[in-house]
Ligand binder design. Structure first.
Ligand code: F6R
Length: 261
């Protein structure tokens, strides 16, 4: 697991966009895993700017979102399918239908989850997964207690996550759905490269567990310690509780440029 500590979202966005650009250069048909939420916003802004400038193209690429609320109407602005369209997909040159997400309106939820797993597998798996992390250590919507071997399924959101996300629902936690469909931890572990971005002191405890804690279902993101290629991009505040912070800084400073992340 590589830990890269930067001043803020703009620096983090440049590093992530360089890696995504290099991937698309080598493999224009790459499959990207797309997180919603605030953490990747600067990355999507940077990618949109590069796409508009003609230095990166998603024309042949595909995308899979991580998760979806259950039951939000198709035109609801907070439905993750709509959020990712607004934040990213509509701003770059993906082909129509190239990005998909779990169907939170499916009549048969288990069948929809199985179909999503099949779609990822049929696309050849995810080459690069962009992730955020919740204050309670969730990735996608794998809340504490999630099976470390889980695959796409329905989950109940914790009150902590619903409270955190109430800011997107006019501050009213009652408007935040209680259930979601989410890629499982094993699904995420199948991605070939994972880039996780975390910003702000509210993420410091979760980041401490992710990087330096014991692997445990209580901090679901810790499963990533078993992944061979994870890059954790942090601002100073999110790195605030890391024990080996000086080592991580020194390692990145001394890294040969050609190595990328
Ligand atoms: C979003 C997702 C969540 C978020 C996490 C952090 O698709 O899967 O795991 O990444 O809740 O959210 P932000 O980035 O808003 O702090």
């Amino acid at each position: 697991m590589e830990v890269v500590i930067q001043q803020g979202p703009a620096e983090i966005a440049r590093i992530a966009a360089d890696a995504i650009g290099a991937l698309l250069e080598a493999k224009p048909t790459a499959v990207l895993g797309l997180a919603t939420g605030s953490s990747p916003v600067a990355v999507y802004d940077e990618l949109a700017a590069r796409c508009n400038a003609g230095s990166i193209s998603f024309r042949q690429a595909r995308g899979f979102t991580l998760d979806e609320y259950v039951g939000l109407p198709a035109d609801h602005p907070e439905r993750y399918r709509n959020v990712i369209d607004t934040a990213f997909v509509s701003r770059v040159d993906f082909a129509d239908g190239a990005v998909q997400g779990p169907d939170g309106l499916a009549a048969d939820i288990p069948a929809a989850c199985a179909a999503y797993e099949d779609a990822i597998r049929d696309a050849g798996g995810i080459d690069l997964q962009i992730l955020g992390i919740g204050a309670d250590g969730h990735i996608a919507f794998n809340e504490p207690g999630s099976s470390l071997a889980s695959r796409t399924r329905i989950k109940t959101l914790t009150m902590q996550t619903r409270t955190d996300n109430a800011r997107f629902f006019g501050g009213d936690v009652e408007q935040v759905p209680t259930h979601c469909l989410t890629q499982g931890l094993a699904t995420i572990m199948g991605a070939r490269h994972v880039i996780l971005a975390a910003l702000g002191s509210g993420k410091a405890e979760a980041v401490h567990h992710l990087v330096e804690g014991a692997v445990s279902a209580m901090w679901p993101a810790t499963i990533l310690q078993h992944h061979p290629h994870v890059t954790v991009l942090l601002d100073d505040a999110a790195a605030g509780r890391l024990q080996l912070v000086d080592y991580y800084r020194e390692t990145y400073r001394g890294k040969p440029h050609w190595q990328g992340i």
